[in-house]
Design a protein around this ligand. Sequence first.
Ligand code: GTQ
Length: 356
Amino acid sequence: MTASDLDPALDALYDDFNRHGLLPLWTQREGLMPLSPEPAAVPHVWKWANLYPLAERAGELVPVGRGGERRAIALANPGLSGQPYVTPTLWAAVQYLGPREVAPDHRHSQNAFRFVLEGEGVWTVVNGDPVAMRRGDLLLTAGWAWHGHHNTLDEPMAWLDGLDIPLTGYLDAGFFEFGPDEVTDRSTPRTSRAERLWGHAGLRPVAFQDSPSSSPLAAYRWEQTDAALEAQLELENEGHPGVAGQGHAAIRYVNPATGADALPTMRTEMHRLRAGASFAHREVGSSVWQVFDGSATFTLDGNSNTVSRGDLVAVPSWCSLEVVAAERLDLFRFSDAPVLERLELARQQTLDGAKR
Ligand code: GTQ
């Protein structure tokens, strides 16, 4: 029984509110304005050992081409009522391209990246610039850039896609356009034009003085990421404090023209932990982690999970996360942090990990 059942006049008021498209704050406040975030999304782990064979089966049964556009299998957070979203703001999918297959050209207002766990042989052609995809590389497709993918080898290839599809959806900001059914430039340069222009650390081409909100560098290569992380750990070993947090090196992929996040709506990072190193925190905004190499324990709001190469972890807003590296560990991470920061909603807490 609710209070209004005792008072016919109050009952009638609520009925009239309803009839006029109104709802009073006092019956809703706790859900609308919680004391701290109460995400519907739940912490969740997807094992690569399950994901890859399912992608392979899709490769056998489901063609890729115009209409469906991509053989991309979305990670659906169990807390989000069957929607194909890994968190309320982020899309994460395993995309699979069979031998010699082509995913046709299109563009959309959603921002996208690819992160490669394993394999090679696919070129993603971004605004006419062919970009090779290899293990450890991060490839960008900023919003409204044309892109298609084609596999040049007789081996399949699968990778992680990250997009801001749900965020763009809530904002009713989605636009989409079909391009040619084929990828027109099938050349296979090792280095894209974007990298030749922008891929020299600290050196900006003088002819390009604009500050684009998305990175003009289409590819961030593993060789450079690996070297940057290793240097942080070496410097720490050599006694230079503050370059890595207690055996935890990290880099952020940034726009070389501005120093800001590589994409306007998503943060992308790579972390390297020495065996036994750990960190613990919670943050406003949601993240997805993928184990690139090694194995670890991820403890999410007190529940521990063992993860290894390829496994993916969804971390909802304000969920406490503790990561302990069981061996030397490389972790890729993406999040909606640039959005939270620009809206001045970002908060974070460092936690005392159980192991410290
Ligand atoms: O490769 O363009 O996972 O358009 C979802 C939508 C990948 C892509 C996805 C897309 C793409």
